[in-house]
Design a protein around this ligand. Structure first.
Ligand SMILES: Nc1ncnc2c1ncn2[C@@H]1O[C@H](COP(=O)(O)OP(=O)(O)OP(=O)(O)O)[C@@H](O)[C@H]1O
Ligand SMILES: [Mg+2]
Length: 256
């Protein structure tokens, strides 16, 4: 189970370019244990790149990332072996939920959930299945354990993906627009599961434009644009009358 040691996410001066396109210029962000931080910003502002950088699905060019005390400072200056080791350690602490679910199509819901338990955590099959069933129950899908992803709705697929992420007992879960590929009526079932997780005190970084979720669940809202964090504030300020004109304009647009 998760240990109770303080586990903070600390990002300093993060920069990432794709060729001449400087996507992240200098991003600083600290997220405390159990905090839920929602990240918003216009398309192309680097939200996905940022969230993928946190577990090194993208390799940052500059800056430091510290998760649960494991720090990768200026990764390009370290030896490849050291970098790999730290990345592995950071990935043990984090899990990611993608917009497009990324389930294995030829494996059942249960097999998708327990894959990492067997291959990474070394559980035997029976123990992994027991734990997998508990996780499917937690996301309301025990009756779909034997269904293949092709027979599941988008909302159900995303809930399986969340159960799979939880199987690894992460300290931090990174969500990249987990509901944006779903029809509106399926979004609430996924958001409901995410609300429950937030109550359990897991640290969550969530890229989403779901304003109701952000307002109700987030401890902080971070607004990114032009490779920078330009607002890092409480939901009541972010959605209130005194937020910057830029954020008001953005919120006006996503409500259209
Ligand atoms: N692997 C890549 N190679 C080259 N350019 C990339 C790559 N990934 C992202 N980009 C570019 O980086 C910029 C930021 O992309 P990113 O996906 O991080 O934005 P985003 O804020 O998540 O946008 P959206 O809201 O549309 O998901 C875009 O200009 C994009 O084209
Ligand atoms: Mg994105």
């Amino acid at each position: 189970m998760n240990n109770s040691s303080p586990c903070t996410v600390r990002v300093r001066g993060l920069a990432k370019a794709f060729g001449p396109n400087k996507v992240l210029k200098h991003v600083d962000l600290t997220v405390g244990k159990g905090e839920v931080v929602v990240i918003m910003g216009p398309s192309g502002s680097g939200k996905t790149t940022f969230i993928r950088s946190l577990n090194f699905l993208e390799m940052p060019d500059q800056g430091s990332i510290e998760i649960c005390g494991i720090e990768l400072d200026e990764p390009l200056t370290l030896r490849p072996g050291e970098v790999r080791k730290k990345i592995f350690q950071i990935r043990q602490k984090t899990a990611m939920v993608f917009q497009s679910f990324n389930l294995f199509p030829h494996r059942t819901a249960l097999q998708n959930v327990i894959e990492g338990l067997i291959s990474v955590k070394g559980f035997d099959k029976e123990k992994a299945q027991q734990r997998g069933m508990l996780l499917l129950q937690k996301v309301g899908l025990s009756e779909k354990a034997d269904a293949y992803p092709g027979k599941l709705s988008g909302g159900q697929k995303q809930r399986v993906a969340i159960a799979r992420a939880l199987a690894m007992e992460p300290e931090v879960i990174l969500f990249d627009e987990p509901t944006s590929a779903l029809d509106p009526e399926l979004r609430d079932e996924v958001l409901g599961v995410m609300r429950d997780l937030a109550k359990e005190g897991i640290t969550m970084l969530v890229v989403t434009h779901e304003t109701r979720f952000a307002r109700d669940v987030a401890d902080r809202i971070v607004f990114m644009e032009g490779g920078h964090v330009i607002e890092d504030t409480t939901p009541s300020h972010f959605f209130g009358p005194t937020v910057s004109e830029r954020c008001k304009q953005f919120l006006g647009r996503i409500h259209e």
